[in-house]
Design a binder for this molecule. Sequence first.
Ligand SMILES: [Zn+2]
Length: 603
Amino acid sequence: MGRIPEDVIEQIRQHFDIVDLIAEYVPLKRSGRSFVGLCPFHSEKTPSFSVSQTKQMYYCFGCGAGGNSISFIMHVENLTFVEAVEHLAKRAGVVLPEREAAEEHSPEAIRRKEQLRCHDLAARYYHHILMNTEAGVPAMRYLQERGLTLSTIEEFQLGYAPDRWNILLTFLKKRGFQEGFLEQAGLLSQSGNQPGRYFDRFRGRVMFPIHDGQGRVIGFGGRIIGQGEPKYLNSPETELFQKGRHLFNLHRARQPIRQRNRAILLEGYMDVITAYQHGIKNVVAALGTALTSEQAKILQRNAGEILMMYDGDRAGQDAALRSSEVIAATGGMPRVTVLPDGLDPDEYLKKYGAIAFERIVEEGSVSSTAFKLRMLRNKSQLSSQEGVIAFLSEAVRIVAEVRSPVERETYLRELAGEFNVSLESLMQEMQMTVSQPKSGDKPASKWNTNINNGERMFKNALNPLPAHVQAERKLLSLMLIDPGVARQVKETIVDEFSIEEHAALAVFLYLYYEDHQDANPAYFISRLDDERLIRLASELAFETESVENRSGLAEEYILRIQKGRAEKRLQMIPKEMEEAARRGDFETLRALTKEQIDLRKKT
Ligand SMILES: [Zn+2]
C-alpha cells in the first residue's frame, strides 16, 4: 500500500466530503439518510448507488462496488491507489512527503514509468522534427493546408516521423532504451524475416500523440504523408495503450465537457483538433476503433448528453449507429447530428464556421431512435407497398426499444400519419414485437438492469442466507462502527466465522482497533488492499444504522453464530462415531458422545 504515511492519507481523505466529490461525477439526490444516483460502474436505469455522508462511504446495491473517497477516485479515474492519493493531494493542496514507496520500485511500476518516459521523449522528438527541421517541411505544409495554426500544432504537440528506418530507434537507444523494450512499448517493429532486427514503426507520418486521462503520452496515431498504406496507423495495444479504455483529447476536453454537460464524439483526430482550434473544446474521438462500453462510461461520467457527429458518408453513419447503441446499452442518452451535404465536421467547420457548428449541435441533433429511423428510411424501398410494410415493421421494432411510453407513442403517431395507417395497428404490431423477441436478442440486456436487479432481488428472496451467515454479517457491520463489539467478538468467537472473507475482515478489524480507539469505517477500509474485502466492508457499512444496545444485539448474533456452528458440527458427528465404532476406538466414541451432548445444549 505504498509508503505515503497513513496520517497523510487520512488528512487528504478528510479534506473531501465524499458527497461533493462523487457529485462531480454522478448526479446525486438525497434519499433519507443517504444520497443516491445512477452507478457509474455498471449500467442501470434506476439508482442503486448510495453515498453516505455520515460514513463517508459509497456502495452500489446493483453491482457491489463500494469504498471511500480514495477508492472512488481510483475506480472512476482508473488510477492506482498511490495515483489516486496524489490526485486528491494535489486538489487538497497537501504536499506529499518524498516517498520511497515499495510500489514505486516494483518491476511493473518501473516498466510503466519507463514506457511513459520513452513515449514522452518520442513525442518531443517528433514535434521537434516537425517544427525545426528540413525533414519536417512537407508535414508542416500538410498541416497548414488542413488549416491548423502553429499554436494548435504546438498545443497538440503534433510531430513528424520521417520516412527513415531508424531515426527514433537511434534517438532512444542513445538514451538508454533497449530495442526489445521499445518494440513492446509499440514504438519499434521487428523484422519478420530477420528476427532481432528492429526498425521504427512510424515512418513518413504526421504524428498525433495520444494521452491518457492525466495528460501523459501513451501512444500515437500516424497519418501517412503522400502515398502508402495504411493511411492511418495507431500504436499497437500495449500495457500502456489500450484503445478501448482511452479517448483522444479527453484530458483537455474533460473540463469543457463537464461545464457544458455535453460531450461531442467525433470520428477522427483531425476533426477534434480542428474543432478545438475553432473554440469547440468539448470534443473527443475514439482511437480508431468502434466506441467501447468502457469509453461510453467515461463520457457518461462527465456529461449528461453524448452527441455523435460522424462523417456524412455511409461508413460514418453506420459507425454513429453502432456507437449510439453502445452508449444506450450503458444507460446513456446518445444523440446524433447529421451534417448536411455529406460533409464531415472538419469540412463543415471550415465552410460555415464555429457559430453555425454550435447551432447545428443545438438544433440539428436527433435522438438515436430518430436517427435509426432515418437510416432505415434511406435504405428502404418506399415506392412499393411491400417496401412500406417492411419499413414499418422494422421501424416499429426500433420504436419498441424506446423506454418511455410517451416517446414511443410520439414516434408511432408520426409514422401512422406519414404512411396513412392507423395508430392502433402500429401499437398492435409493437405489442407482438415485444412479446416475440428477435432471435439472438437478449431481452435482459436490452431492457437492462431493471430486469437484472429484479432477478437479483428475486433470487435473494428465494434463497435467504442461512441465519448464522446473516448473523456474521450483522456482527461485522456492528464491529465496523463499535470497537466495544469488536472486543466482545474477539473474546468469544475470534475468527470462527463460517465465511473466509468474514473471518479476514474480523481480523483486520481487531488489528485496526489495536491502533485506533474510535470506529471510522471509511478510514478502516483505506487500510485494506483486497478489493473483495473493501466491497464487503462498504456493503456492511451500509447495513448498519445507529442502533441502541449494540452489545446486547452482538450477544444475540454471537449466540446465533455459535448455534450455527454447533448445528454444523452435530451433522458431522454421527458419521465420525460410525467410523470410530468400526475401528473399535471407544475412547474417541466416548469423546464424540460427550461432544454431542454438549452441542445439543447449545442448539
Ligand atoms: Zn453499480
